[in-house]
Write a protein that binds this ligand. Structure first.
Ligand code: ADP
Length: 553
């Protein structure tokens, strides 16, 4: 874009040039006649015919390839004709040589002019193609219904190069240590052109309102800018992600950004950025999610009510019986003499009813965990990546990043895919809540997966950078209904632990030495599939083959 020549300018300048060349070319005719007359009718003893070279040079400006060849041939003929006319009677070696030199000059000049003509034609064709593609590109840019920006990133790349030269190796840490730096870089990105769709998107009256430093369209807290800088730092050839833009009337728009960076290091002055407005879609989705969350909360409350009523109802009977039997037991013991045998029977009934109450509690827990079937082989890397994808919105809303680390030799595990996914979602969501409550500036969650227990198990650890687990909560974290959050239910960790344990693993929590909590669970590795047995040879008529022992039922 912004080419020095537009297609129309190129065309009209070419036409003007051609007219001037034609005028110059016409001068060749009188010049050729003059040379012929001097060469034929004067007795100047030199190779006058060499001057036909000038005729050729003048004519070539206006002629095609074939025209140049014809004029060269014509000049050569005129030179030979002059030679015969003026030297027919006194032909000697020097006159023949002079004529030869002239002919050689004419022919060499003709050949050079033809070559020059060919290269000029090639250049013109290339320029025309360039102008056409330039026009097409400009048309696409202007008419596209998606907002396109052309931006100059050279100052930013220069600043990044300078940082690298200063020995900076971790740009994220640099941005963290210098809070105003990303903003400065935003000011260094200069918008050089935008299309009409961009003006519509921003509600801007004209291009002049939009061109210039990008910074004024970016909200201060938007994490997109540091992410773009990171992509540039890593030398990536593109960036795609969600960002926010401030429109001309101050509205905040949510957009999807697509940026292609030049991969050869040049062209950072014309980086094209595509922007798609998803504000409305996001709002609808948010309303939908809020309604879903409200529905889920209502459903949970209803379930909880029904559950409490059913537990109360079911426990009422054994507890009542325990109290009655305990009172009877006391009475038999207080008799004089105490009736130990009848008291023991009452105590037996107390034990029986106590066990029944425990069974009821156990069954209720089973209902909550929903009979986890741990018979699937699961690739934890894939599971963690799925969870990262499922929680993309929550992470972005919390301005947090999820960093994953996978040890190289992690085997697949045996468990329930959906249940383990739920466990991870719970732990990551708890981490996000913890960091939001603590107001952590660096909102980073780390999920690591590695071998444990001599390779028989796999350990998954979720680390956040919140305040960590406080002393008062530590012992009760996994108790049902324990919560410190005003809108919490306190069932998440309890259900997570039951799920992990029902698949043969453990779930524990501790604080990290550098701050934040770590929740980690282990899960048994899947045993390698047994080799498929080879088809048994057909049994011999006399009985089972000795290699395949007969089954004893
Ligand atoms: P809820 O999230 O509904 O409170 P949970 O069972 O998931 O229920 O969590 C129980 C409690 O454990 C939380 O209220 C909080 O006090 C504590 N907790 C959970 N995760 C974390 C964490 N990552 N950091 C600090 N405390 C946590």
């Amino acid at each position: 874009m912004g080419a020095d020549w537009t297609g129309a300018e190129w065309g009209s300048s070419q036409a003007a040039g051609r007219a001037a060349e034609r005028r110059l070319g016409l001068l060749a005719i009188p010049l050729a006649l003059t040379v012929f007359v001097i060469d034929t009718f004067t007795d100047i003893e030199s190779a006058i015919a060499v001057l036909y070279v000038l005729v050729l040079l003048l004519a070539a400006t206006a002629l095609s390839r074939r025209g140049i060849l014809r004029v060269a041939a014509g000049c050569a003929l005129l030179a030979v004709l002059s030679f015969f006319l003026s030297h027919w009677h006194d032909m000697d070696l020097s006159t023949v040589l002079r004529c030869g030199v002239s002919l050689a000059a004419i022919l060499i000049t003709g050949a050079l002019l033809v070559r020059d003509h060919d290269s000029r034609a090639l250049l013109v064709r290339a320029n025309t193609a360039l102008a056409r593609s330039e026009r097409r590109y400009r048309g696409m840019f202007e008419q596209a219904r998606i907002s396109l920006w052309e931006q100059d990133f050279t100052a930013v790349t220069a600043a990044l190069d300078a940082l690298r030269a200063d020995g900076v190796t971790d740009i994220a840490a640099h941005a963290q240590a210098n809070p105003g730096w990303a903003r400065e870089m935003g000011a260094a990105v200069v918008t050089t052109n935008v299309n009409d769709a961009t003006l519509e998107l921003l509600g801007a009256a004209g291009r002049a309102e939009v061109l210039g430093p990008l910074e004024r369209f970016l909200p201060a807290e938007d994490p997109a800018l540091p992410q773009i800088l990171l992509a540039l730092w890593d030398g990536r050839d593109r960036f795609e992600g969600r960002a926010q833009l401030i429109a001309a009337d101050g509205r905040t728009l949510t957009v999807l950004l697509g940026i292609s960076f030049p991969d050869d290091g040049v062209g950072f002055d014309r980086v094209v950025v595509g922007v798609v407005d998803i504000t409305q879609r996001e709002r609808t989705q948010e309303a939908l999610l809020a309604a879903q969350a409200e529905l889920a909360r209502a459903a949970r409350a209803a379930t909880l009510g029904a559950l409490s009523a059913s537990i109360a109802h079911e426990l009422n009977q054994p507890l009542g019986a325990i109290v009655l039997n305990a009172q009877a037991c006391l009475r038999w013991l207080r008799r004089d003499p105490p009736d130990i045998e009848t008291a023991a029977k009452a105590a037996d009934r107390i034990v029986r009813d106590g066990k029944r109450a425990a069974d009821i509690v156990q069954r209720t827990r089973g209902m909550l965990v929903r009979d986890t079937r741990c018979d699937e082989t699961i690739d934890l890397r894939q599971l963690v990546e799925e969870v990262a994808l499922l929680l993309e919105r929550e992470l972005s809303a919390a301005a947090a990043v999820l960093v994953t680390g996978f040890a190289p030799d992690v085997p697949p595990v045996r468990g329930s895919r959906v249940a383990l996914q739920q466990v991870l979602i719970n732990l990551v969501t708890n981490g996000l809540h913890a960091m939001a409550e603590a107001g952590t500036p660096r909102r980073e969650l780390t999920v690591t997966v590695e071998r444990a227990g001599d390779g028989a198990e796999v350990r998954v650890a979720v680390r956040d950078r919140g305040r960590g687990i406080d002393e008062a909560s530590r012992a009760r974290l996994f108790d049902p209904f324990f919560t410190t959050r005003p809108d919490g239910m306190g069932m998440g960790l309890s259900i997570c632990r039951s799920t992990v344990e029902s698949c043969g693993g453990t779930l524990t929590a501790h604080n990290h030495a550098e701050g934040g909590a770590v929740f980690e669970f282990t899960i048994p590795a899947a045993l390698p599939e047994p080799p498929t047995p080879a088809p048994a040879p057909a049994p011999a008529a006399a009985g089972p083959s000795p290699a395949v022992p007969a089954r004893e039922d």
